[in-house]
Design a binder for this molecule. Structure first.
Ligand code: HEC
Ligand code: HEC
Length: 162
C-alpha cells in the first residue's frame, strides 16, 4: 500500500517533469520564431497588399509607431490609411511588438531587415543573393521563406531561388 503510494507519486513527479520539459522546449521553439501569432484581420487586410504581413514581434513598439505615424511616406511609397484603421492596427502592433532584449532596440529606418538579429540570422546568405531577380530585396521574405505568409520562418521551409 505504502509502496504503491510512493510509486504513484514518483510517476506523478516524472509526468510533471516531462510536461515542464515539453513546455520549455515549446517556449524555446517559439523564441526562435517569434512570428506565429494570430494576425488582426485589419492588419492582414491593410498591411499585406504589397509585402507579407510582417510578424509584429519582429520590431519594437517604437518602430511600429513611427511606421504607422508616417504611412504617406512609407519606404518610398504611399500606404496611407484612414485614421480608424491606423488606430486599430497601431494598438494591436504595440501589444504584440518585440519584447526581448535583442529585438528591443529600434533598427535603422525601422526596418526588420536592418536589425542586428536579422543580420546574424542571414550572415550566411551570400551578399549577391539578395539582388537576384527572384528575390530583389531582403524585405521580400517570401522569396526564400516558403511559409512566410503563415508567419513560419523555420529553417526547414527555406529555399533560396537561384
Ligand atoms: C502600397 C504598398 C504598401 C502597403 C499598403 C504597405 N507597405 Fe510596407 N512596404 C512597402 C514597400 C515598397 C516597402 C519597402 C520594400 C523594400 O525595401 O524592398 C515596405 C516596407 C515595409 C517594412 C520594412 C521591411 C524591411 O525591410 O524590414 C515594414 C515593417 C512595413 N513595410 C510595414 C507595413 C505596415 C505595418 C503596413 C500597413 C499599415 C504596410 N507596410 C503597408 C509597401 C507597402
Ligand atoms: C535570400 C533569401 C532570404 C530572404 C529574402 C529572407 N531570408 Fe530569412 N533566412 C534565409 C536563410 C538562408 C536562413 C537560414 C540561415 C541559416 O540557418 O544559416 C534564414 C533564416 C531566418 C530566420 C531564422 C530561422 C530559424 O529557424 O533559425 C528568421 C527568423 C528569418 N530568416 C526571417 C526573415 C524575414 C522576416 C525576412 C524578410 C523581412 C527574411 N528572413 C528574408 C534566407 C532569406
Amino acid at each position: 500500500m505504502l509502496f504503491n503510494l510512493v510509486r504513484r507519486s514518483v510517476v506523478v513527479c516524472v509526468v510533471a517533469l516531462l510536461a515542464a520539459l515539453a513546455a520549455s522546449i515549446a517556449a524555446a521553439e517559439f523564441e526562435e520564431t517569434p512570428s506565429q501569432v494570430n494576425l488582426l484581420p485589419k492588419y492582414r487586410q491593410e498591411c499585406a497588399a504589397c509585402h507579407i504581413a510582417y510578424p509584429p514581434g519582429m520590431l519594437p513598439a517604437a518602430s511600429w509607431q513611427r511606421i504607422l505615424g508616417n504611412l504617406q511616406h512609407h519606404f518610398g511609397t504611399d500606404a496611407s490609411l484612414d485614421a480608424d484603421s491606423v488606430r486599430q492596427i497601431s494598438t494591436w502592433l504595440a501589444a504584440n511588438s518585440a519584447t526581448d532584449a535583442t529585438a528591443h532596440a529600434a533598427p535603422p529606418e525601422d526596418r526588420i531587415t536592418r536589425s542586428s538579429w536579422f543580420r546574424q540570422e542571414h550572415a550566411e546568405v551570400p551578399a549577391a543573393a539578395w539582388k537576384r531577380p527572384m528575390i530583389k530585396s531582403a524585405s521580400n521574405c517570401a522569396a526564400c521563406h516558403t511559409r512566410a505568409e503563415q508567419g513560419n520562418f523555420n529553417e526547414h521551409f527555406i529555399r533560396l531561388p537561384q
